[in-house]
Write a protein that binds this ligand. Structure first.
Ligand code: URA
Length: 383
């Protein structure tokens, strides 16, 4: 369920509500905040940042945004700080717009007053007021067995997947390559050592991790940067940071070998896992263990499958992610066979593969040639 919190400038009340709600509501909820009279990209007010910090929450990188019709249309519930805000939004979305307090069942007063410009104590009081309402609402929403809600969520998901598939069909027709090979002498050098049959498990693990770091560097090249103001020891300046959030999702078990190398560059990324095996009778991939971060839908997923041979498992893992509404996906691999690359292009044309090399072909046993053998066995010493 998607909830939008609305206030005036989107620098105090609604961003505090958003971060507190994210913490309180947990899995299955995605929170947004926006304002009705916004100076775009303004940071949260200093007091709001401090009060959230006192609660262990981070508002440092918040950037104010305006309420837009797209945002209104894309959420399931809009909670405003005052009845004036509500009156504004109600013109286009009357059914799903309520004041926060009203929705929490507080009949006496419906407004949360703006602490803007007031001292930190006023912010603490405001945060407490919002927090109390959020706790009541989270219990109410989690308890409610509103089948219509579930249905509309499912419908939205289907619409989203259909939209992505439409774009994918166009990309397929346009023959856009889905493979990006990391073209760097140091990567090739490490890959040569990795392929070598004489390389033992310890060195193999280290090389996989190092190559994964290079692959991750390339796969994250498109991360958008935003400007923030900072103070260096010399002066105040504007510098850029990236706010994109990532989820690393290795396919078990060989994918585990690349996780360390990826977290070297993305230490705050969350990590999910997908375990699949091929049913010997139906030959269909079967999920035996899948666990994703609760806010995975807000993140770009780096799906890790070190050896893309036929591409069957990778494709099934991508389908699993799409089934859960996740469509920002990149695949990170050590080696890819042309057969697997082509199959993935056919099945998921929009998903880009980042690999250290594309090898020649598959042999009759499904191994990549020249390849490096069984990646799992070499990583874990099981053969
Ligand atoms: N999986 C591996 O570990 N190696 C291959 O060559 C193909 C699939």
């Amino acid at each position: 369920m998607k909830i939008l919190f609305v206030c005036t400038g989107n620098t105090c009340r609604s961003p505090m509500a958003k971060v507190m709600a994210t913490e309180i509501f947990g899995e299955g909820f995605i929170m947004y905040s926006a304002g009705l009279a916004v100076a775009p990209n303004s940071p949260a007010s200093d007091n709001a940042i401090e009060v959230m910090e006192e609660r262990g929450l981070n508002l440092k990188y918040h950037k104010a945004q305006s309420v837009t019709q797209d945002l209104i249309d894309s959420v399931d519930l809009i909670l405003t700080m005052t009845s004036t805000h509500k009156a504004n939004i109600s013109q286009t979305a009357p059914k799903k717009t309520h004041t926060l307090k009203e929705y929490a069942g507080n009949a006496l007063s419906s407004d949360i007053r703006d602490p803007f410009g007031a001292n930190i104590e006023a912010y603490r009081t405001c945060a407490d007021e919002i927090y109390q309402a959020l706790v009541v609402i989270s219990k109410k929403l989690k308890k409610s067995d509103d089948k219509n809600n579930v249905k509309s969520e499912t419908l939205k998901l289907v619409e989203k997947v259909e939209k992505v598939e439409k774009v994918e069909k166009v990309e397929k027709a346009e023959n856009v390559s889905n493979l990006h090979v990391i073209d760097h002498p140091l990567v090739e050098n490490k890959l040569t050592m990795l392929r070598d049959i004489r390389t033992g498990n310890k060195e193999f693990r280290e090389l996989v991790s190092e190559i994964a770091t290079f692959i991750c560097l390339e796969a994250t090249r498109d991360a958008p940067l935003v400007e923030i103001k900072i103070e260096t020891p010399v002066c105040n300046t504007t510098a850029r940071i990236t706010e994109r959030k990532y989820a690393i999702v290795p396919i078990l078990r060989a994918g585990l070998g690349m996780v360390d190398g990826v977290t070297t560059l993305l230490p705050t990324a969350k990590i999910g896992h997908i375990g699949m095996y091929r049913d010997p009778t139906s030959l269909q991939p079967v999920e035996y263990y899948c666990k994703l971060p609760h806010d995975v839908i807000d993140r770009e997923v780096l799906l890790i499958d070190p050896m893309i041979a036929t591409g069957g498992t990778t494709s099934a893992a991508i389908s699993y992610l799409k089934k859960h509404g996740i469509y920002q996906i990149k695949v990170l691999a050590l080696l890819a066979a042309p057969e697997g690359v082509a199959f993935l292009k056919e099945q998921h044309p929009k998903v880009k593969i980042f690999a250290a090399a594309q090898d020649e072909q598959l042999n009759d046993h499904g191994y990549i040639v020249p390849g490096l053998g069984d990646a799992g066995d070499r990583l874990f010493g099981t053969k």
